[in-house]
Design a protein around this ligand. Structure first.
Ligand SMILES: *Cc1c(COP(=O)(O)O)cnc(C)c1O
Length: 424
């Protein structure tokens, strides 16, 4: 094995340092595999129950009436998430679109949206109208209220109670920390929050942004009272195979609203040709539990590698995980650049290019990104990025297999060693 890694550009010292860390993670990895096994059975059971057959893989065109594959897939998602209904479509272009759809479909002028978990993901700021933008909910006279988490990461129960009023119609709850430093929420904590909100006002629709969280635990937010659970198919549930798409799983009433909003009033869920992408949706969903487990092992491995080298890592090497994102505070711009170059060099696609920092629109500092993905922008594939500003934190996630995630992290470390930033 060592010879193989040496031939792949890893030095003996890096190999041995990483090997030792992997040995110590055996038990942790075993727990991750158990969760994947449970989730594999959940998905498989849903596919069997709904009689997935070869006929489901046929492409439809035009209006896509009576698309059996599409209808069956939506039922498979609904059964996996234990919801009444689901909308799973290539016409939902990304996670932001799925979230914007779920919100705009279920809010009406005069209603208020509440975020009880602080600032939402960047792209949602424009959807909501926190940042001025054309077509935001705010333009439709939908107001927004936010209650931040307390400094220890706990919910501000009194603040939330005070924020709920006669206009409050939807609560948006983001599971993953995204690119913030707050803790990611466990499904259990999400359940406590939903119960609290509903104890104050039972008809508040609770929507969970489930991006990066699917299949990391044995239960999903839909198991603890979420009315809508929403995510992207180029993250966990697409299993790396879905080339596009988003999903919303939830109550029949909420999903009906979403369907009418996605297509048109009167048409709803009945239209939407699948154009031949369904085989990848089915197969990707089937693989998703093990793909998510591989990415999760990569995140845990990286946390332990860089923690041992003295870097701040969020989450740390031992704490429980509720999403696949790992942050490492690299402290120096050269270190951030070297790390990303290592991830890139380890990729199956575009491994020969060298990522450089650039002035990305909408950011107040330069940003460096590494991704060598089969599907553009797919972040269930191994990818890393970070802004070139204090504290030079890199955020990374993904890896379609654990072995690739491991190699990517070893290569990132190798580049830090070569640059003289780390000595093993
Ligand atoms: C990725 C992500 C989104 C947005 O998804 P896109 O597919 O990039 O539009 C929203 N929320 C969270 C927490 C995410 O991680």
């Amino acid at each position: 094995m060592k010879e193989t890694y040496l031939s792949m550009g890893i030095s003996e010292k890096t190999y041995e340092f990483c090997e030792k860390i992997e040995q110590d993670l055996k038990e942790r990895f075993c727990e991750i595999d158990k969760v994947a096994e449970q989730n594999q059975m959940k998905v498989l059971g849903a596919m069997q129950k709904n009689h997935v057959s070869e006929a489901c893989f046929a492409a439809t065109t035009g209006y896509g009436y009576n698309d059996m594959g599409r209808e069956t897939l939506e039922q498979v998602y609904a059964d996996t998430f234990h919801t009444e209904a689901a909308l799973v479509r290539p016409q939902i272009t990304c996670g932001t679109h799925a979230l914007a759809l779920a919100l705009s479909a279920n809010l009406r002028p005069g209603d208020e949206l509440l975020s009880p978990v602080g600032k939402p993901y960047d792209t949602l700021e424009e959807v909501i109208g926190i940042r001025q933008s054309v077509g935001s909910l705010r333009e439709y006279n939908i107001s927004y209220r936010q209650v931040d988490l307390l400094s220890d990461g706990s919910f501000d129960w009194e603040g939330i109670r005070a924020a709920i009023n006669e206009k409050t119609k939807v609560a948006t709850i983001q599971r993953s920390k995204g690119y913030q430093t707050r803790p990611t929420l466990s499904v259990e904590r999400i359940g406590e929050l939903i119960s609290f909100i509903k104890s104050i006002k039972p008809d508040v629709i609770c929507m969970v942004d489930n991006c990066y969280g699917e299949f990391i635990e044995e239960i999903e937010p839909s198991d603890v009272g979420a009315d809508m659970t929403v995510g992207s198919l180029i993250k966990n549930p697409g299993g790396g195979l879905a080339p596009i798409g988003g999903y919303i799983c939830g109550t029949a009433a909420c999903i009906e609203q979403c369907a009418y909003r996605l297509s048109a009033p009167g048409l709803g869920q009945e239209v939407g040709a699948s154009l031949g992408v369904l085989p990848s949706f089915y197969q990707g969903f089937f693989l998703a539990p093990t793909v998510a487990a591989g990415a999760l092992k990569g995140a845990v491995f990286a946390a332990n590698v860089f923690e041992k080298l003295g870097y701040d890592v969020i989450p740390n090497g031992t704490e429980p995980r509720y999403d696949i994102i790992q942050a490492v505070t690299l402290k120096k711009p050269e270190a951030l650049i070297a790390f990303c170059q290592g991830i890139q060099a380890a990729a199956p696609v575009d491994s020969y290019v060298t990522p450089e920092p650039w002035d990305m629109p909408g950011y107040d500092s330069q940003v460096i990104m590494a991704a060598g993905a089969f599907i553009q922008g797919s972040s269930i594939e191994l990818s890393a990025d970070g802004p070139l500003k204090e504290p030079y934190a890199v955020y990374f996630q993904g890896g379609l297999t654990w072995y690739h995630a491991k190699y990517g992290i070893m290569m990132a470390l190798e580049k830090l060693v070569q640059a003289g930033i780390v000595t093993l």
